[in-house]
Design a binder for this molecule. Structure first.
Ligand code: SAM
Length: 310
């Protein structure tokens, strides 16, 4: 059943979201694909916490909710939310997500999403962008323009990241970027020389799953590498953005060579690869090798080498 579902995600027959056939499919999806998506949401939430940001909205709308993992992760991360509106072309999905959210958060009012957003709404979008045609993307952008805040998570592929960058550029102006960027200037990935790169990070996969027979079967039968979980994301808010606490973001994983690494760095001035010498900055070298929740640093380039700002 999972293999069939995955084919429907990937082969385009899912356009319009008509692929949820019954409850059992949604439940299986929720325990597998959606669980992995939940780890990506955990990574985004952890980064926002590390950067000292929390949403100020009282209302949440989960667009293209599927089994509802995004809404549940966000309601579980911060308090003070009053309503959760669920939007999906599939009535089955809205009903499933609504029941699960109500069971976990009985004090939050669960609503069917209205055609326009209530004032003070945090809009969530998760793994939907490749299912929308041009007109669908335009409609979603129109909804996003009404939001107070937006949290949007997609797969960490070149195509999805580039689609999210296009969203960022459309919304920039009245909205500022909270994360992943440390600035709200034009995205440096759009420079011609960066065409092969894309903005992505890696979520932590809980170590327990490596001992779990069901996840081993999931991986074997679907040919999915469960040890690595790349994702792309975008968090924006109306008005001015918060200060990021750092000037450079490290994108993806640095490429390590003997005694040095090549690090793709993003800052207001653009996206560029810089060399970090282990002997120059041993602590930073160790931190980058391990990766950290908030990959934002105070760094500068001196004589062509990456250095910590003293
Ligand atoms: C891959 S699933 C992702 C579900 C969920 N957001 C998650 O992260 O697990 C994509 C969802 O988008 C929904 N969808 C597709 N096109 C849509 C549209 N035009 N309007 C609303 N929902 C849509 C599908 O029905 C499906 O539930």
């Amino acid at each position: 059943m999972l293999a069939r579902l995955r084919e429907r995600f990937l082969d385009g027959s899912n356009a319009g979201g008509g692929y949820w056939r019954d409850e059992a499919e949604l439940a299986l999806y929720d325990a597998t694909f959606a669980e992995r998506i939940g780890w990506k949401w955990d990574a985004v939430i952890a980064e926002l916490r590390a950067r000292g940001w929390r949403p100020r909205s009282r209302n949440v709308c989960d667009f293209g909710c599927g089994s509802g993992v995004a809404g549940r992760r966000v309601l579980g991360a911060w308090d003070g939310f009053e309503t959760l509106a669920l939007a999906d072309v599939s009535r089955l999905a809205v009903a499933f997500a609504g029941r699960k959210a109500h069971a976990d958060f009985p004090n939050v009012k669960i609503l069917d999403a209205p055609p326009s957003l209530a004032e003070g709404t945090l809009l969530l979008v998760s793994h939907v962008i490749n299912e929308l045609d041009e007109a669908g993307r335009e409609r979603l952008l129109a909804l996003a323009r009404q939001a107070e805040e937006i949290m949007w998570v997609e797969a960490g592929t070149h195509a999805e990241s580039r689609a999210l960058i296009a969203v960022r550029e459309e919304l920039r102006g009245p909205m500022s970027v909270v994360a992943p960027c440390t600035h709200s200037a034009r995205c440096g990935m759009l420079a011609a020389e960066n065409g092969r790169h894309w903005c992505h990070g890696f979520a932590r996969v809980p170590s327990e799953i490596f001992q779990d027979a069901n996840w081993a079967r999931f991986s074997r039968e679907l040919g999915i590498d469960i040890t690595t979980l790349p994702f792309s994301f975008l968090v924006m808010q109306r008005g001015d953005g918060p200060s990021s606490g750092g000037n450079m973001r490290v994108i993806g994983r640095p490429r390590e060579m003997k005694g040095r690494m090549e690090v793709l760095c993003c800052e207001a001035g653009g996206v560029e690869e810089h060399t970090l010498q282990k002997r120059d900055e041993p602590e930073l070298f160790k931190t980058l090798r391990k990766g950290r929740t908030d990959p934002v640093f105070q760094m500068c380039v001196q004589d062509g080498k990456l250095r910590c700002v003293p």
